[in-house]
Write a protein that binds this ligand. Structure first.
Ligand SMILES: *[C@@H]1O[C@H](CO)[C@@H](O)[C@H](O)[C@H]1NC(C)=O
Ligand SMILES: *[C@@H]1O[C@H](CO)[C@@H](O)[C@H](O)[C@H]1NC(C)=O
Ligand SMILES: *[C@@H]1O[C@H](CO)[C@@H](O)[C@H](O)[C@H]1NC(C)=O
Length: 191
């Protein structure tokens, strides 16, 4: 019985992962995006809720996702990401470190979790107190690319529909395929 259940779980996981690889990789070049001008890190700190995301394997099945950014003594940012996997009733926490390698491009952050390689975390747009648009893209010879993107909100319930449409419209205008977003479940959260 137990073996059978595990096999079903593995099969489902494989099917989902194969489907999602298509979501992570896509053909074409990375779009030329503008980042937030004169990005003010101090105003960006604190807690954010994930409103929507592009598929990312490290977030598979996670609902109730939030991030808390705080300043460390060395000027880097401590990143505390929390999530909840409902069907396992399991909370997960990932602690990372972020910083802007180039002082003149303060919205282009690098972030690192454990032994994973440094990843890009570019803030394209934020008003600091209601929304943030985060994006990163790695190109491979101009043939295909991998992208990550998140819309974060200060309020767990997100934004007004008008504001959200404006954000998505602006992202589309920059060449980002916003159809790849899925809305993060922020209901019945334990945290
Ligand atoms: C965010 O992290 C900082 C530093 O660890 C902590 O002081 C603060 O209470 C946290 N905020 C929330 C909302 O969890
Ligand atoms: C940042 O910009 C200033 C003024 O344009 C320049 O003098 C400085 O070299 C730049 N710093 C870096 C690390 O690029
Ligand atoms: C969308 O883009 C326009 C034009 O650049 C800008 O004025 C506006 O503030 C942007 N909207 C949001 C919600 O960022």
């Amino acid at each position: 019985m137990e073996v059978c259940r595990q096999q079903i779980f593995l099969t489902v996981a494989l099917v989902l992962m194969t489907g999602s690889l298509a979501q992570v990789f896509s053909f074409g070049k990375c779009p030329q995006v503008q980042v937030k001008e004169n990005f003010q890190l101090e105003s960006y700190l604190g807690k954010w809720y994930e409103n929507r995301r592009f598929f990312a394997i490290f977030e598979a099945f996670s609902s109730c996702v939030s991030a808390n950014y705080s300043l460390k003594d060395d000027g880097h940012i401590k990143v505390v990401n929390q999530g909840y996997i409902k069907f396992l009733k399991k909370r997960n926490v990932a602690i990372g470190d972020a910083y802007a390698p180039d002082v003149n491009q303060s919205a282009k952050l690098k972030v690192k979790f454990g032994n994973a390689p440094l990843g890009d975390y570019w803030v394209l747009d934020t008003d600091y107190d209601s929304y943030s648009v985060v994006y990163s893209c790695s190109g491979y010879g101009g043939i295909f690319k991998t992208e990550f993107s998140w819309i974060l909100t200060r309020d767990r319930n997100g934004l007004s529909e008008t504001k959200m449409l404006e954000l998505l419209y602006n992202m589309s205008s920059s060449g980002i395929n916003v159809k790849r977003f899925s809305v993060t479940d922020q209901t019945n959260c334990p945290n």
